[in-house]
Design a protein around this ligand. Sequence first.
Ligand code: MSP
Length: 472
Amino acid sequence: MEKIYITTAIPYVNGNPHIGHAMDYCLADCYARYQRIKGNEVRFQAGTDEHGNKIAQKAKELNVSVQEYVNENSEKFKNFIKKLNVSYTDFIRTTDVEHEKRVQEIWRRLSDHIYKAKYEGWYCTGCERYITKKEYEETGGVCPDHQKPYERLEEENYYYRISDFKDRIREAIESDELRILPEFRKKEVLRLLNESPDVSISRPVSQLSWGVPVPDDPSQVMYVWLDALSNYITVLGFPESLDFAEWWPADAQFVGKDILRFHAIIWPAMLLGLNLPLPRTLVSHGMVLCDGQKMSKSIGNVVDPVEVLDKYGLDAFRYFFLRHIDTFADSDFTWEKFSDAYNNELANDLGNLVQRLSTLAEKNQITYDKKENSGLSDEYIGLMDNFEFSKAFDLVWNRIQRLNKQIDEDKPWSLAKSGEIEKLNKCMNSLIEGLLDATYELSPFLPNAAEKIIEVFEGQIRAPKAPLFPKS
Ligand code: MSP
């Protein structure tokens, strides 16, 4: 049995969760459940990123205290994760006192690579990121993601000497010691690494008050990303926890492609500065678009995940996001696509299969002799180990569709009609066995549906009173 540590990006709590936020959770949860059925022990972090001007400004706009604001929004994210049936084991908030203390200790331990200098340049509060001169010129001074002009900063900051670690990071990425997925992002990261200057890791308290104070310098507050990235180890109790090394390095860190640069450059540089091993894999997923566009409040195309969940249920939600949203490429959400996938695939293929088989079994008093599960197929394992979730899901779905065909070909109802009981029993048992084997591979994707299917067929078979997925 191996110990597997899985992490998700911690969202900013300056608003409600949207469907894009579900990606990290669905992918990481699918992987966590897969590891568990392989018999491994899993630790799975989730949490919220609560410092920085972006959040403080929002609270001010709403005329509430920042602490109150982050408490309320962090809870919304926690509830959302629970609604998605995400099997996390640890939840961290960057305003947790323990986290703040540990981040200060991390700062102290990085001090050999920290120096003070004047920063003159640009900053985007939406991205919480320093902007290089080249980027400023290329974008005409306006952030393409937030449609806001960059802010000019001239201040005294602490810097982290990324240059101390560049060669080591490049070597780790090139050799796949730090695997970056998908493969095509690796080149992008290596190019960015070459261009990366040392990074400013603090702001004067006069410019940023909502953050972790820099140790021994009350005039400075830590840059949000230094604080946020640390969560992956502070949640395990770094530095003082005795079992930290049993879990670190992380096996898989799930992040969106928009924040890969922080995780592939600053984060490894921090870990190397702390003499810690690098994570094994950074899985960088694509963006969920709505009607072909980035979700944005100003366009008014933000989809509320709670609305989707309330209308269609959890299985439908996970089905769409894990199968129809490609794991690595950007993919589009539309209500129409969602509803088609639900009705034509989830209800028609899986719902019907369960209903047909269980009704036939109940009517003919078939008993299913529980067998040892035939395990996971090599092809499935190969795809899951490479984080190709949407492809692995296709594979499972092919099995389900084949079973539907098999019923049509075997025609168990004809065997019942002609009284061929032995043949009927054998045929039904083979179909049920096939379904339960497929359900085993389905369970990391749709844990709730899998549980219901097992409940129907194991023990005395009872057809569900209502369809598993009623047509909408
Ligand atoms: N707070 C930082 C992460 C710090 S991790 C140490 C942040 N927060 S975020 O709220 O903007 O994003 C959280 C996660 O959601 C990121 O992985 C991000 O890529 C993902 N997504 C945000 N919008 C998304 C889509 N529209 N589609 C898919 N994922 C998206 O960045």
